[in-house]
Ligand binder design. Structure first.
Ligand SMILES: [Zn+2]
Length: 114
């Protein structure tokens, strides 16, 4: 009987040089990382890598080092920063920004000191 914490894990069986068959746990793979707004697949993030491989990676290999890196795709990031700049320069009201983009625009305003 496996430990209760291991019950959900997928198993595999390997034959040892001595001829015994032993059970091993399979390593879970990370899911695909998607954009927080348009749900497009993100680049520069470990899509479909094993969890142990992701843990061995450096921080800069896990996500792009820019605003909304690993959260939003480049197109959405550009749009959000443009919206934030328009709000900061008072060309647009924050209430006029669409509901789904509002929280990101507020975060961008915090970054650019608005
Ligand atoms: Zn996007």
């Amino acid at each position: 009987m496996p430990r209760p914490a291991d019950r959900w894990r997928k198993r595999t069986f390997v034959r040892t040089p001595g001829g015994k068959t032993v059970m091993r746990f399979k390593d879970k793979k990370s899911s695909e990382h998607t954009c927080g707004l348009c749900e497009k697949e993100l680049h520069g993030v470990p899509n479909g890598k094993k969890n142990s491989e992701v843990l061995a990676m450096a921080k800069t290999e896990k996500r792009p080092t820019r605003i909304f890196g690993g959260v939003l795709c480049s197109g959405c990031t550009t749009r959000i920063i443009e919206e934030a700049a328009m709000v900061k320069t008072k060309q647009k009201e924050l209430s006029a920004v669409s509901f789904s983009e509002k929280k990101f625009v507020e975060m961008a305003l915090g970054k650019i000191g608005g």
